[in-house]
Ligand binder design. Sequence first.
Ligand code: SF4
Length: 407
Amino acid sequence: MDDSFADWAPEVNWQRRKQPLNLYLHTPFCHHRCAFCPFFQNTTKPGFSARYADHLICDLERKARWLGPTVAARRVSSVFFGGGTPSDMDAADLARVICKLRDLYPIDDDTEITVEGRIWGFTRDKAEAWREAGANRISIGLQSTNTKIRRSMGRLADRGQIRETLQNFVALGYVTIVDLIYGLPRQDVASVVEDVRFLAEETGIDGLDLYALKQFPGSPLAKAVEQGRMAAPADTHLRAEMFTAAAAELARHGFEHFTPQHWRRSERERSIYNQLAKTSADILPFGSSAGGRLSNVTISCHRLLDDYETAMDDGSLGARCTIQEPKPGQDFTDAVMSSIQRRMLPPLSEWPAHEDSSAIAENWRVAGLIGEPQADGIPLTQAGCFWFPRLQQLLAMLTAQSVGRAA
Ligand code: SF4
């Protein structure tokens, strides 16, 4: 159904006009590969930025034209420039992409427009140009603020550059968010706490994500550990200590524990895209490797850059569209993702009909992962937030089993 996007998408978009629409624009280029990362695709080369911006604009124009008048009927609640490293693009190039998308899609002052990036190469002139064009939120993958640990992971900027760059973003009025990873080789509890202290006291950030290190097989990090060139990452026990200590430091600096892995210092930080992306909300994708969906149709833009650019040049969609059969249990999955925004699980009455549901919930309560049930759900404790990815997996298994038995 790829070539018929113009036939099916307008009607679907119109039917769903009361629901939020989100746009995702992917930039599959990075200066170099970070040690822990499985997502690296293309190295930034001189001249890539203008050419890629042209293709993104072409993609924006084509989908808007094919969606026709239905585009105007559907407000865009969030836009996310992800990667890769969008901040590797030149100031003027990404600015013209932002301006074009504001011309073509119903974006207003309340639309969250995030640019993801890293400190290295995120110059003040870029931040100014993109703010002027309409971006209002920046998300930086920092991983650590310790210069030695950063450099062992392939991150180039030092602490002084982190401070200066983040302060610039804040001064320009961006909602400024950073990601930290805990469990990296050489990290200890004190260094994670120091990361939080430094960011809270010296940079003015609005929000912070704490992610446990995932060691992807085949990554430079995994190989270095296997070959004994790098210390092993922290074990689960140490990670739990790091998470607990970092959470306490965030609380000490007045951050609200917003979702299991995310904290914010003010309500300026809404995290709209990140929350909606975890549900079945509609996301229209643009750019090589971008993925999204409209209702039950997934849209996967061509992963290989050459294929995507050829499609943009020859006037086609540059994506594969696939109808997804409704997933049994999707309502419960959406309910989990919705309630988790309040650090709650859905009430037990909404859990899958499975004879083990009550016993599992009771085990989690005794283990200190969840609190006493309340009218609007079951609160996650801090330990429950640490274990949330695992709890989520178990709930998915429970759902699959109950659906399987009902079939
Ligand atoms: S900048 Fe981001 S996407 Fe690129 S290699 Fe590093 S972690 Fe991966």
